[in-house]
Structure formats: C-alpha cells, structure tokens
Design a protein around this ligand. Structure first.
Ligand code: HEC
Ligand code: HEC
Length: 295
C-alpha cells in the first residue's frame, strides 16, 4: 500500500515538474520572439518629398491605413490590454521627426522593425510592403509634419502567460518581420484614378486576409472568420459597383448583413475616395472567377 502512494507521489511530482518545464520553455520561446532583432535588414534609401501634394497624399493614406490602430489623432492606443496577458500599444506616431530618421520609418513601415531592429508585434508590414516607393515616401512626409502630442507609448510588456501564448504561436502570425519577403521590390505606381491598374495596386491592402489571389483566406487574427472569395466566382456574384461602395462605406452587404468591423476593416477601407473604390471594383470584377479557397 505504502509503495503505491510513493509511486503516485513520484508520478504526480514528475508531471508537475514537466508542466513547469514546458511552461518555462514556452515563455522563453515567447520572450525570444518578442525581443528578436533583424540586424541584417537594411531600409531602402528613398527620397522624402516636402511638397503639399505629397503631404496631402500621405495624410489620406495614413487615414486609410494607420488610424484604425494608431488612433484618430495618431497618439497611439492599446491593441492588447488584459491583466492576464499584458499590454501591446500601437505606438504614438506624432513627433517622430525628433526620434526617428527617415530610414527608421522606412524600416518600421515596410519591414516591421523598430529603431533597434526589434521585430514589431501586430504592426502589419505584410500589407505595407505593397506600397509604392512614392506612396511610402508620402506617408513618411506626412508623419514628419506631425508635432509631438500625447504621451510616449510603452513597448510590449507581456505577462508569463502572454509570453507563453506568443511562444506557442497562439496569437497567429503577429510578427510580420518573421515571414515577409524583405527583398520584395517596390510595386510600380499606377496612374491614380478610377482604373483597373490602380485597383490592382490598392488590392495590396486586401491580400493579407483575402488571400494573394483574393479567392479567400484566413486572416492572421485567430478568432476572425474566413475572409471570403472576392473574385467573380465568389461572394460578390450579382453585386453592382454601388453595392460594393455601400458595403465598404457602411459595412452593410446586399443581403442586409452587417460586416463585423473587428475583422473586416471596412471603416478604414471606406475612407478610400469614390474613384479609389471604383478602381478596386473594376479590378475585382476583372479577375478570373475562382472557386473559394476557404469555406
Ligand atoms: C493592425 C494595427 C496597426 C496598423 C494598421 C498600423 N500599425 Fe503601426 N504599429 C502597430 C503596433 C501594435 C506597433 C507597436 C508594436 C511593437 O512595439 O512591437 C506599431 C508601431 C509602429 C511604429 C513604431 C516603430 C518604432 O520605432 O517603435 C511606426 C513608425 C508605425 N507603427 C507606423 C505605422 C504606419 C505609418 C501605419 C499606416 C501606414 C501603421 N503603423 C499602421 C500597429 C499597427
Ligand atoms: C484584416 C483582414 C481583412 C482585410 C485587410 C480586408 N478584409 Fe474584407 N473581409 C475580412 C473578413 C474576415 C470578412 C468577413 C467578415 C464578416 O463576415 O463579417 C471580410 C468581408 C469582406 C467583404 C464581404 C463579402 C461578403 O461576405 O459578402 C468584402 C466585399 C470585402 N471583405 C472586401 C475587402 C476589400 C476590397 C479589402 C481591401 C481593400 C478587404 N476586404 C480587406 C477580412 C479582411
């Protein structure tokens, strides 16, 4: 009898030690991803203009692509704020001209790295790598005009559980610098207007979720529903340009369902102007019909 208790004790003790070791290993792996630097990645040298046209273009693109996370006034906001997991802030983007060189900003936006080469969490460089050189330059030109406002935002600070979840990959692909092709050349800048080529260019904003072929995909956010097929073989069959523009502006699709703004960023996409939404529609309608890549 005594022997049995001894064995149960040994087995339970070993299980506890193993679980603790596994937790430790996961948290170390998480810590390593959080602090990982990519010192070999060089920012492209690009010329940042200062003229009003470029700054206005940058202002427009920043309101389409950045304010949803960095906040309406760009002073930053919490993306994750949970006592059991920790905090991750989208950084304050005002006053960057004081703290960041132009190369630092290219590296952050296009490669997902901070000034020390640390891989940024959540910051969607996998989308922004599709900005043309001209548009990236305009975005930086605009950011450089913003005077310092608000408070400095902290770097990610995760609890043991948060680090374990990152180590186990539970947040999905949250470090774009780990997987994007850093050598991707800048795409050509098409003529801005209601034309297919410009729609093709803008669709760079959709591919990270709807798939490279736009035939559907699973967004990086693990809780998100699949992003549907946007080719004429998919969900948009029977839609008119009007339906598409209404969906992007109000989130309401023709069958009366409201798209979830948590997962389909229509509030940002809807800030594209009429010609831009028309361009996207022309491009989507021109695609070869494909079967849905997701169910
Ligand atoms: C999906 C949310 C999201 C969007 C959209 C987004 N960012 Fe970020 N960004 C973040 C987060 C989160 C961080 C901080 C991550 C960290 O410190 O690991 C960040 C950090 C940054 C930094 C700081 C780099 C440093 O040196 O610390 C810059 C610059 C930046 N973003 C620019 C932009 C610009 C410009 C856009 C739009 C073109 C944009 N971001 C859109 C989430 C986002
Ligand atoms: C962050 C991921 C993400 C990005 C980026 C994104 N989408 Fe979506 N989209 C989704 C998800 C998820 C859904 C499904 C949402 C739902 O069913 O509530 C969706 C749904 C849609 C729908 C509705 C389809 C239907 O069910 O009828 C359209 C249209 C659409 N997206 C167009 C776009 C376009 C155009 C872009 C780029 C300009 C884009 N999306 C960018 C995730 C995304």
């Amino acid at each position: 009898m005594k022997n049995i208790f001894k064995w149960i004790g040994i087995i339970l003790g070993s299980v506890i030690v193993l679980v603790a070791l596994a937790a430790l290993a996961l948290s170390v792996a998480g810590e390593r991803r959080l602090n990982k630097t990519h010192d070999d990645i060089r920012a492209e040298t690009i010329i940042i203009p200062t003229d009003d046209t470029a700054v206005a273009r940058g202002d427009h693109l920043v309101h389409v692509a950045c304010t949803s996370c960095h906040g309406p006034d760009l002073t930053g906001q919490a993306m994750i704020n949970d006592p059991s997991i920790g905090t991750v802030y989208a950084a304050n983007l005002t006053g960057l001209a004081e703290t960041h060189t132009e190369a630092d900003l290219v590296r952050a936006i296009r490669h997902g790295l901070d000034t020390d080469g640390r891989q940024l969490m959540i910051m969607p460089a996998e989308v922004f790598i599709y900005f043309s050189e001209e548009d990236l330059a305009s975005i930086i030109a605009y950011l450089k005009t913003l005077p310092q406002q608000g408070n400095e935002t902290p770097k990610p600070a995760l609890t043991l559980l948060g680090r374990m979840l990152v180590g186990a990959g539970q947040f999905g692909n949250v470090f774009p610098a780990e997987y994007i092709n850093h050598d991707l050349p800048f795409p050509e800048m098409p003529t801005v207007g209601a034309n297919e080529a410009y729609g093709h260019y803008l669709a760079g904003l959709c591919r990270s979720c709807h798939g490279t072929e736009l035939a559907g995909g699973q967004p990086g956010e693990p809780d998100a529903p699949p992003a549907p097929n946007l080719t004429p073989g998919g969900e948009l069959q029977g839609w008119t340009e009007e339906d598409f523009i209404t969906a992007m502006r109000t989130g309401m699709i023709p069958n009366g369902r409201q798209l979830d703004p948590m997962f389909m960023p229509w509030q940002s996409v809807g800030k594209l102007d009429d010609d831009e939404l028309r361009a996207l529609w022309l491009y989507l309608a021109s695609l070869p019909p494909q079967q849905s890549a997701v169910k």
